[in-house]
Write a protein that binds this ligand. Structure first.
Ligand code: ATP
Ligand code: MG
Length: 568
């Protein structure tokens, strides 16, 4: 499969922008923004939006702002601000000096609201939240006017000013746009623009007790920053008339174009911040950076590379219709990237002791082992071989079926980079009957793994020398959910029921080859025959190595893709 990392594919949004450029709209300028709310960590869905917004800006010589959409103080926090900044940088994008906060526009937004009131386009409504809902009507039933709809401009200005001054309790009043309670678009039925919320803001402290709503804030923030193309996800399609209404009524100089695309949905996980917060708060995972989480922090800790994620975002493309992307495709992108960059080393996850009876007791040989089979520039290291080794427990069977080509009594296999060995007897635990040690002989004529008499073996095993290898903890991760689509929306639906109870298996007696002494946190390796692993950046230390399994070697996506291709 070819890599598409550097060739931006085209899509309907890029087509729109190219048309705009041809028509010299916005004087040929392209300015986008990525507008996260700092109420959680970024996930892989956000990565799609980041790649799109920053990618488009780069492609058309424009710029992309990072804007914190921080107008709802409950749940927003600097911890999230910092994590978002570091995740965007890690993904490989840079906002230079274009870091903005919607909360910095509070004064300006307030002035805009006052202007709407003066123009008779907004009013203070004193219905309760419950009543507002009732008055709104439904998809099939028009809404009805609020009894407060025709308050005078003076009364509205007075009440709005007093809302700001903190004279009223939460819920007593809201500021609403005066549009059309009979509109077929429910968003246009006098939407709320400001509500009272006596919650301090993480940046503004207690300065405000009224906060602007998304529909009022977003379009104006875009306009203030001179955004040309405001790219958002499909659920905002029905908000677009409102986006345009606000900007038209206020007659602002810059009126960006909102364009919607389908959000990323990924199988076997959830991509809603509300749900991710729940996983963290209720302790289903160890934190936002738990390697099982679909967050960028989790994926980074698990060993995914930014290149793999960018490549994935490129491949899934940008469309106008919702769909669920197969997790196997993300896995495939991760594998494809790590295959090229990860040095090969040997580790034994579940060790079984092997004694080479005819190997001298105090002899040690340093065998040459290349770091990458296709990339000699990665060099090689020495791997010590001695009389007592460990192999993978599952690579030995006492009573194997015919198709088992690994080690068994009387059978000969190759030890990678080393020798042919043949099993001559086993030692069992007297109580349990479990095989605890395997005795073998080796053929000194097969050094390097090849027999001079041309005799063939079917199996090649990885191994480590018992005395030289280092102990390590290895964390094996699997899908977080057992079902492909855990994101149901029905009332009373509990998505946590579908969590995979086996999403983490911790192995505490694994052994790794001695070249891994002192490895840097975050380093990635292929453990031969097992998968890709990364040094856990949080828990690993020189004295106590911890590895996360990023992904196994089995590529189910390549199989799916091949099948589809052969069907075509
Ligand atoms: P969530 O639905 O997970 O709570 P959100 O949309 O509320 O996410 P924001 O912080 O508002 O989160 O998102 C910032 C930007 O990222 C928005 O422009 C949003 O459209 C985009 N975004 C969020 N989730 C996805 C997704 N799954 N796919 C693509 N873009 C997304
Ligand atoms: Mg949002």
């Amino acid at each position: 499969m070819t890599r598409t990392d550097s060739i931006p594919s085209t899509d309907f949004i890029r087509n729109i922008i190219e048309e705009d450029l041809k028509a010299n709209k916005n004087e040929g300028r392209v300015t986008t923004r990525f507008p996260p709310e700092p109420n959680g960590y970024l996930h892989i869905g956000h990565a799609k939006s980041i790649c799109l917004n920053f990618g488009i800006a780069a492609q058309y010589g424009g710029s992309c702002n990072l804007r914190f959409d921080d107008t709802d103080p409950s749940g927003e926090d600097v911890e999230y601000v910092e994590s978002i900044k570091s995740d965007v940088r890690w993904l490989g994008f840079d906002w230079d000096d274009r870091l903005f906060h919607a909360s910095d526009y509070f004064d300006q937004l307030y002035q805009y609201a006052v202007q709407l009131i003066k123009d008779g386009k907004a009013y203070v409504c004193s219905l309760s939240a419950e009543e507002i809902r009732e008055y709104r009507g439904t998809l099939t039933k028009p809404g009805k006017d609020s009894p407060y709809r025709n308050r005078s401009v003076e009364e509205n200005l007075d009440l709005f000013e007093r809302m700001r001054a903190g004279e009223f309790e939460e819920g007593a009043h809201v500021l609403r746009a005066k549009i059309d309670m009979a509109s077929s678009n429910i968003n246009m039925r006098d939407p709320t623009f400001y509500r009272i919320k006596k919650v301090p803001h993480y940046r503004k402290g207690n300065k405000w007790c009224i906060y602007p709503m998304y529909d009022f804030t977003h379009c104006l923030s875009d306009s203030i920053e001179g955004i040309t193309h405001s790219i958002c996800t499909l659920e905002f399609e029905n908000n677009r008339p409102l986006y345009d209404w606000v900007l038209d009524e206020l007659n602002v100089d810059c009126h960006p174009q909102q364009i919607e695309f389908a959000r990323l949905n990924l199988s076997y996980t959830v991509l809603s911040k509300r749900r991710l917060v729940e996983l963290v708060d209720k302790g289903y995972v160890t934190g936002w950076d738990d390697p099982r989480m679909p967050t960028l922090a989790g994926m980074r800790r698990r060993g995914y590379t930014p290149e793999a994620i960018r490549n994935f975002c490129e491949r899934i493309g940008v469309a106008k219709r919702d769909s669920i992307v197969d997790m196997a495709m993300l896995d495939h992108c991760v594998r494809e990237d790590l295959d090229q960059r990860a040095p090969r080393v040997m580790a034994v996850l579940r060790p079984l002791r092997v004694v080479i009876d005819n190997y001298p007791e105090d002899q040690v040989e340093e065998l040459d082992a290349p770091y990458h089979p296709q990339d000699p520039s990665m060099g090689s290291r020495k791997v010590p071989f001695s009389r007592v080794l460990y192999i993978e427990r599952e690579d030995f069977l006492e009573d194997p079926p015919k198709t088992f080509f690994r080690l068994a009594p009387g059978r000969e296999v190759r030890l990678r980079y080393a020798y042919y060995i043949k099993c001559v007897r086993v030692v069992k635990d007297e109580q349990t009957g479990e095989v605890v040690e395997v005795h073998c002989t080796y053929d000194p004529e097969t050094r390097g793994g090849w027999a001079s008499d041309g005799r063939k073996v079917k199996g090649t095993l990885h191994w480590v020398s018992a005395a030289h290898s280092l102990p390590a903890e290895v964390r094996l991760y699997d899908r977080l959910f057992q079902i492909a689509n855990p994101s149901g929306e029905k009332e009373g639906y509990d998505f946590t029921r579908y969590l995979n109870p086996n999403s983490l298996e911790t192995l505490t007696s694994s052994r790794v080859e001695p070249s891994l002494a002192g490895v840097a946190p975050g380093n990635r390796y292929q453990f031969e025959r097992l998968g890709y692993f990364c040094v856990d950046p949080v828990d690993s230390s020189d004295g106590a190595l911890v590895f996360n399994r990023t992904i196994t070697l089995r590529d189910s996506w390549a199989k799916i893709a091949n099948k589809e291709r052969s069907r075509e």
